[in-house]
Design a protein. Sequence first.
Length: 104
Amino acid sequence: MRLIPGTRTRQGDVAFGLFAIMQLLDGVFTYIGIVSFGPGIEANPLLAWYVAAFGATTALIGAKLVALGCGAVLYATAMHRTIGALVVVYGVGALAPWIRILWF
């Protein structure tokens, strides 16, 4: 995949880096949640099915690789604001609930 010429920016690099960190943290927190509370804790029915079918490790690695691949496509096509918006969505919709469940 080639970048669109002249579209690489510092903001895009930061957005994609934060997106990758969010994916990693979501994967780790989800794994901890599944190990601690069982697969029923996963709210995404598709991911819960994959966890039941393939195990937590395989399902989560696969899901996060797909998400990172999609993020890489957005990055390569200069959709940096979209990636930034996804960072916020993951922070509020995925990481914050896990932090609340796991640490409070």
